[in-house]
Write a protein that binds this ligand. Structure first.
Ligand code: GDP
Length: 195
């Protein structure tokens, strides 16, 4: 899809995952905004846009931040539509958020059908003091979940670990997602603006 004003490519991604795993902080870090200590629950839906130069093309990248609380399930349903990418976030220090990750994919699937390129993100690695499997979610567990999901749903997905506090891997993660989204879009429709 293209922006009607300037013809730039539009790509839309959604951030999903339990409340307080760091979705808003990840988005803020990517956009170069300050990290905020203390939790302010995202109310309903939040949206940010960033123009990025990608593959010699200006891309209008729209990132939806959906409230993690179950009560917002109905609101969230609308925002999955037309989405080209998913960022599924859990916290490596909150095992419940990892256990819930598959539920989020099921919700996305219910709303979208076959899923677009997806990044599975284990966030808050700055707070993981050891790789104690009982206490914290390890990179191996995250990767195994991602591998399982790729096989089961046949979706282009990658796994990354991040810290929205230190900024570790945030830019790279978004760049990789954009790359996958771009590839998927090129496969799907011929670019009518070329030639
Ligand atoms: P959301 O509900 O998923 O959007 O989560 P928020 O972005 O609001 O973050 C919830 C809380 O976790 C806030 O207090 C953030 O400051 C904190 N937080 C988010 N990401 C990180 C991180 O990578 N490291 C640390 N130490 N805290 C984080």
């Amino acid at each position: 899809m293209r922006d009607q004003d300037d013809g730039s490519k539009i790509m839309k991604a959604v951030l999903i995952g339990d409340g307080a795993v760091g979705k808003t902080s990840i988005r803020r870090n990517y956009l170069g905004e300050d990290f905020i200590e203390g939790h302010l629950a995202t109310i309903g839906v939040d949206l940010a846009t960033k123009r990025v130069l990608f593959d010699q093309d200006i891309v209008k990248f729209i990132i939806w931040d959906l409230a993690g609380q179950p009560t917002f399930e109905k609101v969230r349903g609308h925002y999955y539509s037309g989405c080209n990418g998913i960022l599924l976030v859990y916290s490596v220090i909150d095992r419940e958020s990892f256990d819930n990750a598959s539920k989020w994919l099921v919700e996305a699937f219910k709303n979208m059908g076959p899923l677009p390129p997806t990044v599975i993100i284990g966030n808050k690695i700055d707070l993981r003091t050891s790789l104690d499997k009982k206490k914290f979610v390890t990179p191996e567990e995250g990767q195994a979940f991602c591998d399982y999901f790729i096989k089961k749903l046949d979706v282009p997905a990658i796994f990354r670990e991040t810290s929205a506090k230190t900024g570790a891997n945030i830019q790279d993660t978004f760049h990789e997602l954009l790359r996958m989204m771009n590839e998927a879009q090129q496969d799907k429709e011929p670019d009518i603006y070329m030639g």
